[in-house]
Design a protein around this ligand. Structure first.
Ligand SMILES: [Fe+2]
Ligand SMILES: [Fe+2]
Length: 141
């Protein structure tokens, strides 16, 4: 399966979050390509570590926005969304550590990419923006 590619259909209507998503997807493409061509493992791990930091900063930015949600639906969303960020990050870190141990993880990388699109970019983040708008919260930074 080819790497996931950025599509403007993933935009959720918040400039800085959309920018983060685009960079996360594009950098994941580079990481997948490095793994698929069996580049030097030190280089792959360096790219992976940068990507994990990037994802963690992105999750923090969204969590700062969600901290303003006050209504029950918004609070429930925040709990679920933050837990999913943590689960996703742990899964990505496990994968990074598998690669460090020399395991072939091309399939697992494909799954991780699909999850990034399916869970983070599309499902939860669209829902988050809808809840922020419903509570009248300012979206742009
Ligand atoms: Fe998210
Ligand atoms: Fe996101």
């Amino acid at each position: 399966m080819p790497p996931v590619y950025w599509s403007d259909t993933y935009r959720i209507g918040h400039a800085s979050i959309d920018q983060h998503h685009q960079e996360l997807v594009q950098d994941l493409e580079l990481l997948q390509a490095a793994i698929a061509t069996a580049d030097n493992r030190t280089q792959i791990l360096g790219l992976f570590d940068e990507w994990l930091d990037q994802f963690a900063r992105h999750a923090q930015a969204e969590e700062s926005l969600m901290a303003h949600l006050r209504q029950p639906a918004g609070i429930a969303h925040r709990h679920a969304h933050c837990a999913e960020h943590a689960d996703f990050l742990h899964q990505a870190m496990d994968l990074r550590n598998d690669i460090a141990r020399g395991r072939d993880q091309i399939r697992a990388m494909e799954t991780l990419s699909m999850q990034l699109i399916a869970f983070d970019l599309i499902r939860r983040d669209f829902e988050m923006i809808g809840l922020l708008l419903r509570e009248g919260l300012v979206l742009e930074d």
